[in-house]
Ligand binder design. Structure first.
Ligand SMILES: Nc1ncnc2c1ncn2[C@@H]1O[C@H](COP(=O)(O)OP(=O)(O)OP(=O)(O)O)[C@@H](O)[C@H]1O
Length: 228
């Protein structure tokens, strides 16, 4: 499905010299798998996620989606990829338009991707609200009027509208309190079993990764190792 081959990436540090973050990294995300990615702060986890999502370019190496390299994608391929591979971050508030109610933002996604007819919007959204256990009344609120847990559920809901195959989750529960963390983790687990979702789950929390993932990779000094 999604594969990173030989990915090498340096960022420039403040002095202008290269800081090697990823050093010939390989990973393969298979259908239905939950792959964990751990590493200390600054080890390059988010950089790898951004490269997998096509949001940053590697210096060396390629990302393949269903066998096709991202750097050969045309507009249609990108549109398909953006629907199939969704990203959930640790700061959901950054991914919502602050001037729109969350309901309007969800409708925008439906409009942009022509997911259903206008007279079907309500029923379409309700189907996914049910999955994430959010009441319709909350849709009239603005992002800042929702709790972190509610907004993260709505971020998952917004991704689900597109029926993705892969969710790349970058520390999705690290900003939430423990009881809300547990609810979101249960929701993600339910999606895995009932929708056969594939995950790349980035976290520094070994316990969460052991509970959630089939396999975990550890990023250390730019290299990926299979974690015990
Ligand atoms: N756009 C950028 N420009 C320059 N340096 C960057 C850029 N993005 C990341 N870096 C640097 O690359 C290194 C890896 O950062 P990255 O955010 O990928 O690590 P991380 O493992 O996700 O960290 P954390 O767990 O703290 O989120 C850090 O030293 C960071 O400062």
């Amino acid at each position: 499905m999604l594969e990173a081959r030989n990915i090498t990436k340096s960022w420039q540090n403040k002095a202008g010299s290269p800081n090697l973050v990823l050093d010939h990294c390989n990973l393969k995300l298979k259908q239905g798998q939950s792959l964990g990615l751990m590493g200390t702060s600054g080890s390059g986890k988010s950089t790898l996620a951004r490269i997998l999502l096509g949001l940053a370019s590697p210096d060396i190496g390629k990302i393949f989606f269903d066998g096709q390299p991202l750097n050969s994608f045309n507009r249609k391929n990108w549109l398909h990829f953006r629907r199939r591979v969704q990203f959930i971050s640790q700061s959901p508030e950054c991914f919502w338009e602050p001037r729109f109610t969350v309901g309007k933002s969800l409708e925008e996604v439906i409009k942009i991707h022509s997911l259903c007819r206008k007279d079907e919007w309500t029923i379409f959204i309700d189907k996914y609200l049910y999955w994430v256990k959010i009441r319709r009344q909350l849709l009239s609120r603005y992002p800042h009027q929702l709790s972190g847990g509610e907004l993260q559920r709505l971020s998952i809901c917004r991704s689900l509208l597109l029926e993705p195959q892969i969710l790349i989750l970058d520390e999705p529960v690290s900003m939430l309190d423990v009881s809300v963390q547990a609810q979101i983790m249960q929701l993600l687990r339910k999606l895995k079993t009932e929708k056969d979702m594939t995950y790349l789950f980035i976290s520094h929390d070994r316990t969460i990764l052991q509970w959630f993932c089939d396999e975990t990779l550890n990023l250390r000094q730019g290299k990926l190792f299979v974690s015990e």
